[in-house]
Design a protein around this ligand. Sequence first.
Ligand code: FCB
Length: 441
Amino acid sequence: MSTFPSGFLWGTATSAYQIEGATTADGRGMSIWDTFADEPGRVADGHTGDPAADHYHRMPADVALMSELGLNAYRFSLAWPRVCPDGVTVNPAGLDFYDRLVDELLTHGITPSATLYHWDLPQPLEDRGGWPERETAYRFADYAGVVADRLADRVPLWTTVNEPWCAAFLGYASGVHAPGRRDPGAAVAAAHHLLLGHGLAVQAIRSRAATRVGITLNLFGVFGDADAVRRIDGLQNRLFLDPLFRGFYPADVLDDLLPYAIPVRDGDVEIIGAPMDLLGVNFYRDHAVSSAWDGSPNLDWPGSEHIGHVRRGLPVTDLGWEIRAAGLTELLVRLASEYPTVPLYVHENGACFADVVMDGAVHDHARLAYLSDHVRAAHTALAAGVDLRGYFAWSLLDNFEWSEGYGRRFGLVHVDFETQRRIVKASGEWYSEVARGNRVP
Ligand code: FCB
């Protein structure tokens, strides 16, 4: 029996575009994901994030469900185009939704953990150049201030940007995410401006409230031949961790990225590297890579053109992602030992498997096993001295899984997207027991 420290947060994570739907309600503006998903061929099943899980209209019932499951925390994101439809001008009705959500959570004794940016950039800002433009970082800081003015009195935990690597490289280099551009130089500039936006948003929030703020990164253990490991660890992990925690971009990664240069101006690294109160870690899998791979499509990021994924014969989820829970322990231990001490939260961890509804129940044993192994792996990290404060399962609800559409399910709660009926899966019942008992049985 592995018991967790008292006060440990047990939650689920979601993101606005993936669950809310209601993309034109109450003055919400267009985001890059509305535009992208509308273009033929961008999303596997041809759908958009509307209606998703219709959470915008079902929020009180969804919060009640979290409470019935005994969860004591919830990580959600705010849709910037709801709060500022043109990216700049405040839409009070959009902000009101998150105000109601926060109050609903608090009424149920659930700690809110808010993420300001989970990839839904207002389309008008993309029309002015998007994240490759420095201006977008300033607009993001303004938006952070608007949100903090309204919510920071009640939200104790903040994340500025979710997974800047995805927003920059999937959005602007490989183009598999919105806005779907294939321009490596733009991706490198976007990575820097997402980090700058983070640093400016930290300042904006701190100037308004004494609350805890950090960033959420998708980090990976990287395995393979030495040069491939150095490069991919550099692009995927150190390109973000080093400026955030050490105050500089790693020289070898800057070299790998040539001819694309990071558009750093005087003072930027100080803004990016200002101390944070927490780091959110999203972990799903490792990267096994090789510079002599089997010829399958390479990783398609600037600086990694000659490196590909390789298979290690491990079990995989339905997305083909390798399952190795020890990777989570190793990652948390690495962060605690190589980077300045900061409280860590697992902000996302979960698995995609196809589910079958049988007699009104979903026996998702593979997902349950994945979660159980990873929660144990988190406990092993705690036992090794890592300052881990919470675990957020991805995700509360089945949802719109970006370019995969609705066919890829990660929820602890099954959603029938026709009727919007919710069914707690076996994994959800199991997780409820863990959260209530603060231990893994
Ligand atoms: C992460 C995203 C999240 C979800 C999971 C499966 O990269 O942050 O929105 O799509 O992957």
